[in-house]
Design a protein around this ligand. Structure first.
Ligand code: FAD
Length: 315
């Protein structure tokens, strides 16, 4: 069975959930091998985690040549690994960085690339939501080694025993790939909540909050959810842009999306309509968001959300 490379998404060795989702999807295409860009000291702990989701091998690309640079060295290293391993496909979690790595890799190895897939079937057919969510497209790479970036929450992670054999991969990074260097980075202040694009539950607020996000945040905390916002809320200065969901914000695909005081404009839908279950609270029963929902509540979010929070907190 051919190998399928899965690039591990991690924060300083802490493996993130999308990696397990991709390892689960990779098993439909072949035998998963994980690729770890990071410190070799963390490799065995990382291998322990990913082998529980079927990773047979864990290629470790040491960070000595990678750390401190932007994406070009990663793309170069992956290109060399693809040449050596001849995988059936390369899967990457859809982050801004990985999408750039994937694009550069596709050019280097002259392969087709599919970004932001929400499903990958046996045989390599993927599902994507395109043109601001107006079309659902099933597509397949027909040239070279398929490179596919997959949105978080596209699959439920399923455990499967793999060997998790750690293998150092010595990539040769060219000087050209090192021309863009990181001179400073600033970690985003932690909210203590899950990361928006990875969260299983997202609770969002729009103009209907009137700028008071307290009911949204308290409801989100009762569910262990991430907080999101519409552009109207962001443009009003009520929430930072990092919270914006939609065409010009982040794309989320959680198990549950709760839209509060959000009308459901097409540009907002583009960022959330692949959510598995959608609930809306809106005081206007004609609001377009209700065309999209699985459950709708007509009413004032400032009354409904505190009640819901109280009920959930009691349990
Ligand atoms: P509104 O459309 O004003 O809706 C507010 C809703 O709140 C109404 O339905 C109202 O009935 C309800 N409401 C009011 N008070 C209450 C209450 N007390 N309780 C319950 N409900 C209440 N938008 C995005 O969100 N994300 C994007 O990324 C994005 N990108 C864009 C890109 C472009 C190029 C353009 C042109 C627009 C973009 N927009 C985006 C803007 C988008 O078109 C809408 O203007 C925006 O989504 C509206 O936000 P909203 O639903 O919060 O506000």
């Amino acid at each position: 069975m051919s190998e399928v490379l899965v690039v591990i998404d991690h924060a300083d060795g802490e493996v993130k959930k999308p990696t397990y989702e991709l390892l689960t999807l990779a098993r439909r295409l072949g035998e998963p091998s994980a690729v770890f860009f990071g410190s070799p000291d963390q490799a065995s702990a990382v291998a322990e985690k990913v082998k529980a989701y079927g990773a047979e091998k864990v290629y470790v690309v040491g960070d000595a040549e990678i750390r401190g640079y932007l994406v070009a060295p990663k793309a170069e290293a992956l290109g060399q690994l693809v040449a050596q391993a001849q995988p059936a496909a390369v899967l990457l979690p859809s982050t801004f960085e990985n999408k750039e790595v994937a694009g550069r890799l596709a050019i280097k190895i002259e392969s087709g690339l599919i970004t932001d897939a929400v499903d990958v079937e046996e045989g390599g057919v993927t599902t994507q939501s395109v043109f601001a969510g107006n079309y659902t497209v099933r597509a397949k790479v027909t040239r070279g080694t398929p490179i596919i970036t997959v949105k978080p929450n596209s699959a439920a992670p399923e455990q499967a025993a793999g060997a998790g054999a750690v293998e150092a991969f010595a990539a040769t990074i060219s000087e050209a790939a090192k021309t863009a260097q990181v001179v400073a980075s600033q970690p985003r202040q932690s909210t203590g909540r899950p990361e928006l694009t990875e969260a299983a539950i997202v609770v969002s607020g729009g103009r209907g909050t009137g700028g008071n996000f307290e009911p949204i945040e308290q409801f989100a905390d009762s569910l262990g959810a991430a907080v999101g916002a519409s552009r109207a809320a962001v443009d009003s200065g009520w929430m930072p842009h990092a919270f914006q969901v939609g065409q010009t914000g982040k794309t989320v695909s959680p198990q549950l999306y709760v839209a509060n005081g959000i009308s459901g404009a097409i540009q907002h839908r583009a960022g959330m309509q692949t959510s598995k279950t959608i609930v809306a609270v809106n005081k206007d029963e004609e609001a377009p968001i209700f065309e999209l929902v699985d459950f709708g509540v007509v009413g004032d979010l400032h009354t409904i959300l505190p009640k819901a929070t109280e009920e959930i907190t009691k349990r």
